[in-house]
Design a protein around this ligand. Structure first.
Ligand SMILES: [Zn+2]
Length: 206
């Protein structure tokens, strides 16, 4: 979107009669942004005269998205919103979108945009900002003792419980003195394997 678009010009100008001095610049209201919200964008139908405060980047992004929806039927807009929500939340757990629930590990405050974000533009941006922070939350943490135990069984951290159990049984058989005609040479190895299995079991890995 170019800066000489009519919409951009319109929203750049402060509405008449702003009695409150403009010395206190609000923060950009785009989810996850902390830049000064120097620019205003209309909140849209049924919210005439009300504005979002955005930084230059986000007022452009918002207007671009807003223009994109112009001419769309309400059903088409809703279909788009539904698609984009599903598409942008791969690791999103259902139920954490409750406004009082912030255990998604994000520092982007949950907000109910619906009252003034009929197109879902901001909600969508918020979900993207949160999704970007998700990956590390879901990562399985492997303690050193568990990692070493897995190595003892010739496995790595990708091994699931079933693989661990099967491998353990196979190795116990393989290194048991009975399998070597009573030769106790493999006894130490067998002891390590049994110990490793106990560690994995205690840690809930099998
Ligand atoms: Zn911004």
């Amino acid at each position: 979107m170019s800066t000489d678009s009519p919409l951009f010009d319109r929203i750049r100008i402060s509405p008449r009669g702003n009695k409150a001095k403009e010395n206190a610049v609000p923060t950009c209201e785009f989810p996850g942004c902390t830049n000064p919200g120097t620019y205003k964008a209309p909140k849209g139908r049924q919210h005439e005269g009300r504005y979002w405060h955005f930084c230059l980047t986000h007022v452009r992004e918002y207007n671009a998205a807003y223009n994109y929806f112009e001419g769309m039927t309400d059903e088409a807009v809703q279909a788009y919103q539904k698609d984009s929500l599903i598409g942008h939340r791969p690791t999103w757990t259902m139920g954490s979108s409750n406004s009082k629930n912030r255990k998604n590990g994000s520092d982007v405050p949950e907000r109910d945009w619906a009252y003034s974000d009929p197109l879902g533009i901001l909600k969508d941006a918020q979900l993207r900002a949160q999704a970007a922070k998700q990956p590390e939350v879901k990562q399985r943490v492997i303690p050193g003792t568990v990692r070493r135990a897995l190595e003892t069984l010739d496995l790595d951290e990708t091994a699931d419980a079933q693989t661990i159990r099967v491998t353990y049984k196979r190795m116990v058989k393989k290194f048991h003195p009975d399998a070597h005609g009573g030769d106790r040479a493999f006894e130490e190895r067998l002891r390590e394997i049994i110990k490793a299995h106990a560690v994995l079991k205690a840690a809930g890995f099998c």
